[in-house]
Design a protein around this ligand. Structure first.
Ligand code: SF4
Ligand code: SF4
Length: 281
């Protein structure tokens, strides 16, 4: 059977339909709703643009990821990126919507076990494509995936799932840095790069923040943020956000849930008009 956009999307949806894989482990129910998928080509100028914008010596274009794994050059015109959005479930969103200082335990379990599932799916898709005869790599699972401090952006990684999703037609950025897709902002993202010219998804937007209503007066994520880490003028203050995670979220998780693992906030992703769709549409 040939490998097409549709067959890859079906493969991803089938993977996430398996309750043994799509799980919060310590709580019942699935971690995510089924994914939506977008595709882009490595020769899309936005990959070079973001590399230059983020850090040309650090951030990698798609073909550079393949080159580092397979040790030879790739023509970006024949390299594609498969990008997906995994929306939080209605139950997890509803529970976190009620919270004001720290999201629900479900949200924490999605961040840990759901994200593990996201990574497993990326690795499994990489292996599936390799078994079909294509060179492929899932950057998020690669030992070469890394983070670095950045004067301009506080912290950057050498591959960004959200920027990849933007390029692949899945959505645009919100004031708080989250990506708003047609499935909303309460979501996780993932991707795999493959040496196969797939059809690129047409981006139904032209501006990086087209779906965000901040310019039309929305302040919902500002109002939701208990750390004061989002402003109309400055957008998302990553340092303040990180400090809140460390100083407030972790102790609350310990006291309220008896949970001492990796914990996150994300309150700005629920109780806002972009929570589960494109706001105003
Ligand atoms: S809550 Fe409003 S301002 Fe914040 S990201 Fe969503 S649409 Fe934009
Ligand atoms: S994750 Fe929490 S602390 Fe960070 S910006 Fe969103 S609401 Fe604020």
């Amino acid at each position: 059977m040939s490998t097409t956009n549709a067959s890859i999307e079906n493969w991803l949806r089938s993977y996430m339909s398996d309750p043994q894989k799509n799980t919060m482990k310590e709580l019942p129910g699935p971690a995510f709703d089924l994914p939506s998928v977008g595709f882009s080509r490595a020769d899309d100028p936005l990959y070079a643009f973001y590399q230059k914008h983020i850090d040309p010596d650090f951030y990698r274009r798609p073909e550079q990821w393949l080159e580092s794994v397979y040790g030879h050059a790739f023509d970006p015109a024949n390299v594609s990126v498969i990008s997906w959005v995994l929306p939080q479930t209605a139950d997890t969103r509803a529970k976190s919507r009620e919270c004001t200082d720290c999201p629900a335990m479900e949200w924490q379990m999605v961040r840990v076990h759901g994200e593990a599932c996201n990574r497993s799916m990326a690795k499994a898709l990489e292996e599936h494509l390799v078994s079909q005869g294509y060179e492929a790599v899932a950057p998020m699972c690669s030992p070469e995936f890394t983070w670095a401090k950045s004067e301009q952006f506080t912290l950057v990684s050498n591959w960004s799932e959200r920027h990849t999703a933007f390029i692949s037609g899945l959505g645009t950025f919100g004031l708080c840095d989250g990506l708003i897709s047609h499935r909303g902002k309460a979501a996780r993202y993932g991707s795999v790069i493959v040496h196969l010219p797939l059809e690129a998804t047409k981006r139904p937007y032209t501006r990086y923040n087209e779906y965000c209503l901040a310019e039309k007066g929305c302040t919902a994520c500002i109002d939701r943020c208990p750390a004061g880490a989002i402003t109309l003028e400055g957008g998302h203050d990553k340092a303040k956000c990180q400090a809140y995670h460390k100083d407030v979220i972790a102790p609350i998780c310990h006291e309220r849930y008896g949970y001492d693992g990796y914990s996150v906030c994300g309150l700005c992703q629920t109780g806002v008009p972009c929570e589960c769709g494109i706001p105003g549409r």
